[in-house]
Design a protein around this ligand. Structure first.
Ligand code: ATP
Length: 352
């Protein structure tokens, strides 16, 4: 491995995560060859199988190793019905997000073929925006508790944690991204009318940050209105920035607009540090092991990862190969095709 070679850690995980990661690796290998990329990778067998066998989610010091030796991490998907607590998934997935402080969750929503959009008369140009979800705070930090559990008087409290620093840094990232990519329209979304404390902070931070970016047309929509507008006319959006929970929900809506979970990639970023890339879909135990999972989200995720590592051409090629596969009807059943996971992956890799 030369000085400049960047190293990627692959964690296939569970269920269809294992199947789609195999296809993602095929695509990466093809791109390494065709574009002469100085990229190397290693596969880690962390997931339910190992957790059940050894009681270990991930070894001690794993995050230090990532920080020191890796440029990026690719996670397939985690979750297995044999681990009802989902402890290993929380340790690996949330552990990576929180320990590496990956505060930007970037979820592009791009319609690659107009035939896949569930909305009437929409072209590829109408559905092309990116959601930035705050990834380290909000309702998902696990603050709270239950009192008098399993009694008629049970009380459950789940805290929504927002810090000025945390909110400001995701807003700044979204504005900077818009500026760097020639995007002019940014929408911040919250629910400050009903959540005046937590989301009042979002409003104040937004009012201040937007002043620094006069060239970007920024606006605010409450999340319920944004939800409706995304279905009514998605073409009005270029960049959306929002909190952890709303970002989670809106990106599934986004995935539907682009043709389903089988096509949705995402990135978990801390600028300048090791970042993590994953498909938006989960481990889908209902279709695992049947060679029917769509590997395209995983291939597009490899593209996002390469783009992040500075290989924009290879990233564009990955997207183009997926677009070609859809155009030629080389697709899995979720997109109406009759190809298997491996066959679709082979076709894309050959194209690359
Ligand atoms: P999560 O891990 O997000 O809590 P999950 O594993 O139950 O959820 P997902 O994998 O996110 O579910 O997806 C929900 C459903 O969407 C799946 O049960 C499956 O039918 C379908 N699906 C998801 N990903 C794919 C894919 N790559 N190819 C085909 N179908 C998919």
């Amino acid at each position: 491995m030369s000085e400049k070679t960047r190293r990627i850690a692959f964690i296939p995980g569970d269920g269809i995560g294992i199947e789609v990661t195999a296809e993602a690796i095929k695509a990466l290998e093809a791109l390494i060859k065709s574009h002469g990329l100085a990229v190397d990778y290693r596969v880690f067998d962390w997931g339910a199988e190992k957790y059940l066998r050894e009681g270990v989610s991930l070894p001690e010091g794993a995050f230090d190793i990532f920080r020191r030796d890796y440029a990026a991490i690719f996670i397939g998907a985690l979750g297995d019905p044999r681990v009802p607590s989902n402890q290993h998934a929380a340790d690996i997935l949330l552990g990576t997000r929180f320990n590496l402080d990956l505060y930007v969750n970037q979820r592009p929503v791009k319609l690659l073929d107009a035939r896949l959009c569930p909305l009437k008369n929409r072209s590829e140009q109408d559905v092309d925006f990116v959601i930035f979800r705050e990834n380290t705070e909000g309702l998902y930090v696990g603050m709270g508790g239950v009192f008098k559990k399993n009694t008629p008087d049970e009380i459950a409290v789940q805290e929504d944690m927002n810090t000025r620093k945390g909110v400001e840094r995701i807003l700044v990232y979204a504005f900077e991204y818009a500026g760097a990519h020639g995007l002019k329209k940014l929408c911040m979304s919250d629910k400050a009318n009903a959540l005046p404390f937590g989301h009042g902070l979002w409003q104040r931070a937004f009012a201040e940050v937007r002043k620094r970016y006069p060239g970007i047309e920024s606006r605010h929509l409450y999340v319920d209105t944004l939800n409706m507008e995304l279905v009514r006319d998605p073409s009005q959006f270029e960049v959306i920035v929002t909190c952890n929970m709303f970002g989670d929900i809106l990106s599934d809506l986004g995935a539907a607009l682009q043709g389903g979970l089988g096509l949705a990639p995402s990135a978990n970023i801390h600028p300048g540090q090791v970042s993590m890339f994953e498909t938006v879909h989960g481990s889908a135990p209902n279709i695992a092991g049947k060679n029917v999972a769509n590997p395209m989200a995983a291939v597009l995720t490899v593209g996002m990862m390469l783009d992040h590592l500075g290989h924009a051409q290879a990233a564009a090629r990955a997207e183009e190969a997926v677009r070609e596969a859809i155009r030629e009807n080389v697709t899995t059943p979720d997109l109406g095709g009759s190809f298997g996971t491996r066959e679709t992956g082979d076709w894309i890799a050959a194209r690359l």
